[in-house]
Design a protein around this ligand. Structure first.
Ligand code: AMP
Length: 252
């Protein structure tokens, strides 16, 4: 596995060694877990080459503490990606990805203002902007995104259509722990007690009750609820356990 920090080197390799039309891409922010690896395995299976990026994107964080406390597990991330058969790990820095210092950005004006977007202003501008930059640099045939972040997946799919990008967005099922908790880089920050409580988020979200009743149940189980909303055939939720914010969504 090649580890590339310099985007100029990547651009050269993309036109030579990795010029294949069958290139899969998995963008991540690191602190990898089984959920990320399921996307990686899928890409490795479906493509000649797989590129994974690790870039902790500051423009999508509305909360500086959340950014600074984001787990950094780069050494084990590297070895897990190598073992999974990844060809290239791309780790650019902020100055390379944002030569404009984020004076240019991509905004979606409707769905991105709901759910997480309502509570984290600017979050999806940061997500869409970095994903567009990465897709333009990697030029993948397919890019893999998790249903765990369903709103993000829908917004990225919409952007690819809106801007005629030549990349297929492949949705991947949410990977969960045996107790139902969706794998997330933030789970490692839960206290042991809150980790025990956390699976109730998924089980209560799945109950056949109105969003208001679900909110009541979550609150009495000790969650601070940011939102629970039904849109289309999905129920979306975001909650806090202590300082840790968890999101999830279920078919409803
Ligand atoms: P992140 O590192 O949080 O930006 O996530 C990178 C990608 O992994 C995104 O497409 C996420 O939706 C996906 N992902 C994160 N957690 C899970 C999970 N538990 N199951 C499936 N995909 C996930």
């Amino acid at each position: 596995m090649r580890i590339i920090n310099d985007l100029k080197i990547w651009e050269e390799l993309r036109n030579t060694v990795y010029s294949s039309d069958s290139l899969g891409f998995v963008p991540t922010m690191g602190a990898l877990h089984k959920g990320h690896l399921s996307l990686v395995h899928r890409s490795v299976t479906e493509n000649d080459f797989t590129v994974v990026s690790i870039f902790l994107n500051p423009t999508q964080f509305d909360n500086a503490d959340d950014l600074h406390e984001y787990p950094d597990t780069i050494v084990s991330d590297r070895s897990r990606l190598k073992k999974a058969g990844v060809d290239v790990l791309l780790c650019p820095d902020y100055d390379q990805l944002y030569p404009d210092n984020y004076t240019y950005k991509i905004s979606e004006t409707e769905f991105s203002k709901q759910l997480c977007g309502k509570h984290r202003p600017g979050h999806f501008d940061g997500v869409l902007t970095v994903v567009l930059k990465l897709i333009n640099l990697v030029k993948p045939r397919r890019a893999y995104f998790g249903e765990k972040d369903h709103q993000q997946l829908k917004l990225v799919s919409g952007m690819v259509k809106a801007f005629f990008l030549d990349t297929e967005i492949v949705p991947c099922k949410t990977v969960r722990e045996i107790d139902g908790l969706a794998d997330s880089s933030r789970n490692s920050r839960l206290t042991p007690n809150n980790r025990k409580k956390a699976p109730l988020f998924y089980s209560i979200l799945n109950m056949d009750l109105s969003p208001d009743k679900v909110i009541e149940k979550l609150q009495s189980a000790g969650f601070k609820v940011e939102y629970v909303e039904d849109i289309g055939n999905r129920r979306y939720g975001a909650v806090y356990l202590g300082e840790v914010r968890l999101i999830d969504n279920v078919y409803h």
